[in-house]
Design a protein around this ligand. Structure first.
Ligand code: NAD
Length: 446
């Protein structure tokens, strides 16, 4: 793509970063053209890049070493969200997802958000909670005092359990206690995991302190593991969008803005709506979490537990109208993700994904992921209050249906277009259109 929108800095290949992620027409390019652009923009060897992308990054031998009872591999598409600006930084977001329209929707909303300068984020320190859950704590008040009296020693002992992390500037930061009633008691050790997701690190800390904490509290350590409610590791995203940027075919920007604000209000009032609202956010979040080799179950568990933290399930992202008429979006969620450790080290695609994301730390990765979550939410709400979700979705879903009907090569696009235009995106219609197309071609060939 050479249209002036893909300017890039002339730096050494290893440091090369995008100057602009605004890539009009990227979706209309062929796969080969997109790869060629990527190789050039990031200073990667095109053949090597192609080999990794074709292989999916994981050989069958590596797969066999990754989990147990392996029989094969399961491929999913790997794609890039374009148009993103996060904290003034131009970036792509790598995505792995099976659902059509997730990538297109996030890219479209990222383009809209640029009108207000893009997404601004703020992240907490990367603190993971190591939990020691105890039974038989007869005097919770005294237990809490005893733990706090030993705070420094406990932190030092925790640090001794994770020397590699301490050498990298991380380590245990604080100790907290919670009385759960009926002799059940929790001790939390907050561990700064730097650029790691931190589950194994926190588990190591929890296990190393179990006996000592049990002795201090007079209880028995029953469970020693991290908490996935990562509420000390929050990321916040903020965006302001001028209404004009929201305008749709038949609606002014102000009307679309008001529709999005109302949709947000429904999510605040109704858990049935909030669950779907948050699913839209997780469309973007999970896809980047998977692409970067992170633990999406942990992220999902944390997100939904946080959404229910006030005793009712609530939206993770809300929208309001600012005094100047702009649409204001605010997202807050926990994101325990890493750029080191876990699968990242072993999986070449995860490493490639992190390179495309251009992130230098786990916090920067969390900022990017949460911004993509907000973009996905914005896209879904805008579609819902304008054309409805089905128009855009079905046009893209039609390709999958065409594939399922047996279309090959250019038949896929042609059949997809026909069934979408007919408003019948279903297998039966795809079969009949495919047959019709093949008949037409045979006739034309004679
Ligand atoms: P990990 O065990 O690989 O630990 C991270 C390692 O990276 C440490 O050895 C650390 O010293 C090293 N490191 C190098 N550079 C670092 C840097 N800049 N910052 C921080 N550490 C650095 O990984 P982890 O993040 O502790 O655990 C993640 C894994 O644990 C994931 O695979 C996850 O699926 C799994 N897990 C999750 C749960 C859960 O969420 N409930 C439970 C158990 C295991």
């Amino acid at each position: 793509m050479r249209d002036g929108s893909e300017r890039r800095e002339e730096r050494a290949p290893a440091e090369r970063r995008l100057l602009s992620s605004r890539l009009p027409g990227f979706h209309a390019r062929t796969l080969a053209e997109r790869r060629a652009w990527l190789a050039e923009a990031f200073g990667l060897d095109e053949a090597e890049l192609g080999a990794i992308l074709d292989e999916g990054g994981l050989s069958i031998q590596q797969a066999d070493k990754t989990i147990e009872n392996v029989l094969g591999r399961f491929a999913l598409p790997f794609a890039a969200v374009v148009n993103l600006r996060v904290d003034g930084r131009e970036t792509l977001a790598p995505m792995v997802v099976e659902e059509p329209s997730v990538v297109a929707a996030a890219s479209n909303a990222a383009r809209i958000a640029r009108a207000g300068g893009g997404f601004s984020t703020q992240t907490d320190e990367p603190l993971t909670i190591a939990q020691i859950l105890l039974q038989g704590v007869a005097d919770p008040e005294r237990a809490a005092e005893a733990v706090q009296a030993e705070r420094q020693e406990l932190l030092a002992e925790a640090d001794r359990a994770v020397p590699g992390l301490v050498a990298r500037g991380g380590g245990a930061r604080d100790v907290e206690t919670r009385d759960l009633g009926s002799g059940l008691f929790a001790v939390h050790v907050l561990v700064d995991c730097r650029d790691a997701m931190g589950a194994n690190l926190a588990n190591t800390v929890a296990e190393s302190l179990g006996d000592r904490v049990a002795a201090l509290t007079g209880g028995r350590a029953v469970l020693r593991i991290l908490s996935n409610l990562a509420d000390r590791r929050l990321v916040r995203v903020h965006v302001r969008i001028p209404p004009d940027a929201l305008a749709a075919e038949a609606q002014t920007g102000a009307v679309v803005r008001d529709g999005i604000v109302l949709a947000s209000r429904f999510a605040e009032l109704d858990p049935y709506r909030a669950a779907t609202h948050n699913k839209g956010i997780m469309n973007g979040v999970d896809a980047v979490v998977v692409a970067t080799g992170n633990d999406w179950r942990a992220v999902e568990a944390g997100a939904h537990a946080y959404a229910a933290r006030r005793g009712r399930y609530e939206p993770l992202c809300t929208w309001s109208a600012g005094p100047d008429g702009t649409l204001v979006g605010r997202l807050e969620m926990p994101l325990a993700v890493g750029t080191v450790g876990g699968a990242q080290r072993a999986h070449p695609m995860a490493r490639l994904a992190l390179r495309l994301a251009g992130v230098q730390s786990a916090r920067e990765l969390a900022s990017l992921i949460a911004s993509v979550g907000m973009a996905s939410n914005l896209a879904a709400l805008r579609a819902l209050v304008t054309d409805g979700i089905q128009r855009g979705h079905m046009a893209l879903h039609a390709r999958q249906v065409a594939l399922a009907a047996g279309a090959q090569g250019d038949e896929v696009e042609r059949v997809a277009r026909r069934i979408a235009a007919a408003g019948e995106v279903c297998l039966e219609r795809a079969h009949s259109e495919l047959e019709a197309l093949r008949r037409e071609r045979t006739t034309a060939g004679h």
